[in-house]
Design a protein around this ligand. Structure first.
Ligand code: XIL
Length: 349
């Protein structure tokens, strides 16, 4: 008899724990990250994963209210052959965004990377190069007109010493290509917000000052440039809180909106041989994100364009394949489970 009641109690305990899954306070079923903030919370999304991995789509559309196409709006994707535009993938992302009331940040009209093969072999005069860039920008911006909130018009045009990057565009068009790109975009969609986007702006004061100076001068001469994107591919130690704070402040005080446009926080930037992230590292990552969000919340609202994470799960991140190391820089693990960084943002802000 005693044994029978023990068995029943045991069964009850097991049954209970099966039917009632443990709900953590930062469960993604019960929380939506973007509900916590007054500014957009974005994620860089991959077209194939969105349409072939239902859990990926579910988590992206429930936790975020802004999408950046991780690759689908780059020149190599949108104009793979000269004069032939391919909008299908970008359109599919846009459709999904519309249904879920998610805004789109367009990335990116002019960049030196991910350019189509035909362009690498293109031969022509300066005028021909200008014409082709103008055509690319105006076709793409025109195609999405009224449906895309904001564009990264030019991406990564400055070197680390603050000089203009010796890119294909500088070489063939000359330094005015940056200003012209903004003008061409504005001609076609005057309502879209136009951004300049770059990395290391918080870490590298020299580069940041040159970038801000450049666009302050351009704006004073009448150019429409609404904001500056700080990519923020960072790690748990650098840049420091002070450096990040200075960068945010300097951008908005110069009159530009601030977009934290590609946030990921590396916990293995030295490339150690680690299979799993340690508890301490995950905590440092969570603390870093918290500080960034706090600094960002202090911005006057009209200068907040949002914070965008560069990918959904750790295994979606561009970092491991690009830098050839294991890393865990994002909000969710490969099983779509929230990490401490997500929990900290959900719970403490
Ligand atoms: C990266 C993507 O995440 C990768 O999938 C792709 O292979 C290369 O580009 N700065 C940028 C982004 O502005 O477009 C880059 O995205 C990451 C660095």
């Amino acid at each position: 008899m005693k044994n029978a009641s023990l068995l029943i109690s045991l069964l009850l305990i097991i049954g209970n724990s099966c039917t009632k899954p443990k709900i953590s306070a930062c469960d993604t079923q019960n929380n939506k990250l973007h509900f916590k903030f007054d500014f957009p919370i974005g994620v860089a999304v991959d077209h194939n994963k969105l349409f072939f991995q239902p859990e990926y789509a579910e988590l992206s559309t429930s936790q975020f209210n802004s999408f950046t196409a991780e690759n689908a709006m780059k020149m190599s994707q949108l104009q793979p052959l000269e004069g032939q535009f391919f909008f299908d993938d970008a359109e599919a992302i846009l459709d999904l965004a519309v249904v879920n009331r998610i805004q789109i940040h367009g990335h990116t009209l002019v960049w030196h990377n991910q350019i189509p093969n035909w362009l690498e072999n293109f031969e022509g005069t300066q005028r021909d190069w200008e014409e082709l860039l103008k055509k690319h920008i105006q076709t793409v911006v025109g195609h999405f007109k009224g449906r895309i909130e904001s564009w990264d018009v030019v991406n990564e045009a400055f070197e680390e010493d603050g000089s203009l990057r010796k890119s294909i565009w500088l070489e063939h068009i000359g330094p005015d290509y940056i200003i012209k790109a903004f003008q061409w975009a504005k001609e076609v969609d005057p309502d879209a917000l136009l951004f300049y986007n770059d990395f290391n702006l918080a870490l590298n004061e020299k580069k940041r000052k040159k970038v801000i100076q450049y666009f302050t001068k351009a704006a004073a001469q009448g150019l429409q440039i609404d904001g500056i994107g700080m990519q923020m591919h960072i790690n748990t130690s650098y840049p420091t809180t002070t450096e990040i704070g200075n960068c945010i402040t300097e951008i908005w005080q110069a009159g530009f909106k601030v977009h934290i446009s590609e946030l990921d926080i590396s916990i293995n930037h030295k490339g150690d041989d680690i299979a799993f992230p340690g508890t301490e590292a995950l905590k440092k990552q969570a603390d870093k994100a918290y500080v960034i969000f706090k600094l960002y919340q202090n911005l006057p609202p009209e200068f907040q364009h949002g914070i965008t994470f560069w990918g959904l799960r750790d295994n979606d991140s561009w970092i491991p394949s690009t830098f050839n190391r294991t890393d865990f820089p994002l909000l969710f693990d490969r099983e779509y489970r929230p990490k401490p960084i997500y929990c900290k943002l959900i719970q403490s802000l």
